[in-house]
Ligand binder design. Structure first.
Ligand code: NAD
Ligand code: UGA
Length: 456
């Protein structure tokens, strides 16, 4: 029986390992983490992350061949394959602060693996890492006179939150990078065999290590670039009377462009897009490639512009003052179907509204606990109310910041009736029927479609 250990029981480690365990009953999967609360939650039906369909997958395998533990050393020692799926946030200190990846967590893992291993192992980079991290990892693992051999593979994860289970069950591709040596190729085939249990062979791509590491950063950069591109066009739509939804549809039907990732929004959020692009920027700079670095940095700058533009529009349309006005923020997660609020555009929007002395009422169906932790410094300006109707009662404005399906189904007449007048609605996700809202009496703004007002 192959034994897997995954270090890191987060948004990636938890779901990916649960899927491997579900699909491969003959493989024993041990997920380990230093965070005791997280590990305890994985052992209950109140999982530490909200992800549609995840609980069913976990329940099918947990206790059979899927285990969660805080005993990192034992997990490593027992394993044939060790996945490293720890966080790789943007560095906040020293050289490369604000841009480079903070690599301290994976290096700690590499040192631990070296320290406790008594048998040869395959080490799999699951975390998103800068190109050539595998080389550094090998040097740490093989430093000194350790007789144990480690073969390092890169196997980046492409799941998106909210659709993680579908993405893992039926991925567009699985990517595995390994050394072009006999032992590298053998390790690569061992991992490919596991995925081949449920994924067609032609979707399992194999490359050299550096291509695999770089492909992950590149994929996220391209996806984020599409969002920034359509958001740039949304500003021009508002200035010219074009409708960004119509433009996106018109260009998306070109098979060379395709329809996905063309939804204009308040900006992309999430723990990875910004971090991975900045990491790419840092890598380009490190190799002396100034123009490529500037090119990719612009994707992040465009995103910041879009977030700022939304707040400025709110302020200007509400007569240039929102001081002590009550604003209901519907949606705080960085996208629908997740409770994750990391780098959510809602954080920036709320901070800027609070800086204008607005009173905020934040509502979200899954992200309330995380939302409360994001902005402790604004505690006196923010209320939290899960019921969107109660959140909007007495408000001067409603701002939709996450594309939760339930917001489409709200009774907006009831919301309108309970609000201060004029009642403003700012749709940061372009998801509502703006004509119907305008006809109800709302002042309506939506990204890339402009402003519908009864007041002028
Ligand atoms: P996360 O913060 O949710 O989980 C990381 C876990 O690693 C934490 O629970 C932490 O306690 C644990 N950890 C850190 N250091 C440890 C150590 N030394 N020993 C044991 N446990 C340790 O992060 P995540 O969102 O799962 O992301 C993990 C990696 O996967 C990142 O590199 C990220 O870029 C990448 N990624 C994330 C997603 C996503 O959707 N979140 C998708 C693809 C790739
Ligand atoms: C993204 C990638 O899609 C995954 O392939 C990748 O594995 C992951 O990052 C990662 O490396 O962490 P995720 O951030 O979970 O996944 O979610 P996305 O669906 O990509 O959305 C990212 C952000 O862009 C969200 O804030 C979303 O609302 C926004 N977005 C997305 C738009 O504003 N418009 C769009 O058309 C698409």
């Amino acid at each position: 029986m192959i034994k897997i250990c995954c270090i890191g029981a987060g948004y990636v480690g938890g779901p990916t390992m649960a899927m491997i365990a579900k699909q491969c009953p003959d493989v024993q999967v041990n997920v380990v983490d230093i965070n005791e609360t997280r590990i305890a939650a994985w052992q209950t039906d109140e999982l530490p992350i909200y992800e549609p369909g995840l609980l069913d997958v976990v329940k099918e395998a947990r206790g059979r061949n899927l285990f969660f533990s805080t005993d990192v050393d034992q997990g490593i020692r027992d394993a044939d394959i060790v996945f490293v799926s720890v966080n790789t946030p943007t560095k906040t200190f020293g050289e490369g602060a604000g841009c480079a990846s903070d690599l301290q967590y994976w290096e700690l893992c590499a040192r631990r693996i070296k320290e406790v291993s008594t048998s040869d192992k395959i080490i799999v980079e699951k975390s998103t890492l800068p190109v050539r991290t595998a080389e550094a990892m090998e040097r740490v693992l093989h430093a000194g006179d350790n007789p144990v051999h480690f073969e390092v593979l890169s196997n980046p994860e492409f799941l998106a939150e909210g659709t993680a289970i579908e993405d893992l069950e039926c991925p567009d591709r699985v990517l595995i990078g390994g050394h072009e040596t006999a032992t590298g190729q053998k390790a690569l085939q061992t991992l490919a065999e596991i995925y081949a249990t449920w994924i067609p062979r032609e979707r399992i791509l194999t490359t050299n290590l550096w291509s695999s590491e770089l492909s992950k950063l590149t994929a996220n950069a391209f996806l984020a670039q599409r969002v920034s591109s359509i958001n740039a066009i949304s500003a021009l739509c508002e200035a010219t009377g074009a409708d960004v939804g119509e433009v996106a549809h018109a260009i998306g039907t070109d098979s060379r462009i395709g329809p996905k990732f063309l939804k204009a929004s308040i900006g992309f959020g999430g723990s990875c897009f910004k971090k991975d692009i900045l990491n790419l920027v840092y890598l380009c700079e490190t190799y002396g490639l100034k123009e490529p670095a500037d090119y990719w940095r612009q994707v992040v700058l465009m995103n910041e512009y879009q977030e700022r533009r939304f707040v400025t529009t709110m302020l200007h349309s509400m007569f240039n003052t929102i001081a002590n006005k009550r604003i209901a923020v519907l949606g705080f997660a960085f996208k629908a179907d997740t409770g994750d609020t990391r780098e959510s555009p809602a954080i920036k929007v709320c901070r800027e509204l609070a800086a204008e002395h607005a009173t905020l009422v934040v509502s979200d169906p899954e992200a309330m606990e995380n939302a409360k932790l994001e902005m402790p410094e604004l505690a006196d300006r923010i209320e939290f109310e899960e019921d969107p109707y109660k959140a909007a009662a007495g408000a001067h404005a409603v701002a939709i910041l996450t594309d939760w399906r339930l917001y489409k189904e709200l009774d907006f007449q009831r919301i309108f009736d309970g609000m201060q007048k004029p009642a403003f609605l700012f749709d940061g996700r372009n998801m509502l029927d703006h004509d119907a809202l305008f006809n109800m009496g709302f002042e309506v703004y939506s990204i890339g479609k402009g402003y519908k007002s009864h007041l002028r």
